[in-house]
Structures are given as structure tokens and as C-alpha cells.
Design a protein around this ligand. Structure first.
Ligand code: FES
Length: 163
């Protein structure tokens, strides 16, 4: 917690400052509970499912316009209906009936690129709830333009996406 030693109207005495710090900490704990702080610390941890985290071999590499996914490591993607958001590459990937599709994750409405859900072969940008099918076509606005689709190919255990 940031220590407050000055206000806009002047300096606090040391005892007053300590009282406010203690009262403030107690109030925050009472409002949010210890889980608030626990959950904050876990979001700072590297996400092992995201590429380019040092020391993590998550099976995803991004080089220029090419994304490679090791399906042996990202084995969850082998199931119909599974999907991934790769933020560093601004890419959505889904397994649709055993094949793979890839779309830009940059929503055509207002360019949100990280707030996606996927269900029943529909992507939803939760920024304003636009929906897209697996070809990127708009199913529901406010977006009016489709998502760009990327090409995919599989060789052995490697899924390649070319933007
Ligand atoms: S940015 Fe996606 S719906 Fe608005």
C-alpha cells in the first residue's frame, strides 16, 4: 500500500499518519477480505499457457506472422470445442470438428483484443458483447465488420497459423 505522508492541504503528523494507515488497511481487508490480495498476487504470476514467458515451454512460439503450436504440449486443443487466445499474437484459435480455425483477436468494433469467450462455435467479445462465428462473420453487433481469418495447417504435432 502506498504510504501517504502529505495531503493537498499539508503534512500529517507521524501519529496521525500511522493511525490512518492502520485504519485504511483494516477497512480494505474488511471490504475485500484476504482473498482479494491472494488473487492479486496470482495474476502477477506468468501464465504458463501464454507464449514467450521465460522458462516456460508452453508449446507456443510466435515469430513474425507465424504462430506454431505444439499440439503434444497444448493437448487440450485437440478436443472439438477447445480454444486458445494468444494475446502476444492477437490471435484466437479453435478446434472446430477436429479442424482448426484462427482469427484475429482484435475486435472490429473498438479493438478490444483480450476479452473473449467461446462457446457453441461462437466467439463473444465481452467488451460490448459482439458475437462472431468461426469464420469471423458478425452474428451480433455492435461490431459490423468480420474478424480477419488466418490460415492454418497441421504437420505432425505442429499447428501452424499464418497471419
Ligand atoms: S470491442 Fe468488441 S464488442 Fe466492442
Amino acid at each position: 500500500m502506498e504510504k501517504i505522508t502529505k495531503t493537498s492541504t499539508g503534512q500529517l503528523t507521524e501519529s496521525r499518519r500511522k493511525f490512518i494507515e492502520k485504519a485504511g488497511s483494516g477497512a480494505v481487508l474488511a471490504l475485500f477480505g484476504a482473498a482479494f490480495f491472494t488473487s492479486c498476487s496470482t495474476t502477477d504470476d506468468p501464465d504458463p499457457n501464454q507464449p514467450n514467458n521465460p522458462g516456460n515451454d508452453n508449446g507456443i512460439s510466435v515469430a513474425g506472422n507465424t504462430i506454431r503450436i505444439d499440439l503434444g504440449i497444448q493437448s487440450g486443443l485437440n478436443s472439438d470445442g477447445s480454444w486458445l487466445l494468444i494475446p502476444e499474437a492477437q490471435t484466437l484459435v479453435a478446434n472446430v470438428g477436429g479442424g482448426f480455425i484462427a482469427l484475429t483477436s482484435v475486435c472490429t468494433h473498438s479493438a478490444c483484443d483480450r476479452n473473449w469467450t467461446y462457446s457453441s462455435e461462437e466467439f463473444t467479445c465481452t467488451c460490448h458483447n459482439s458475437k462472431f462465428d468461426t469464420n469471423g462473420n458478425v452474428l451480433r453487433g455492435p461490431a459490423t465488420q468480420p474478424l480477419t481469418q488466418f490460415s492454418t495447417s497441421v504437420s505432425g504435432d505442429t499447428l501452424s497459423i499464418t497471419k
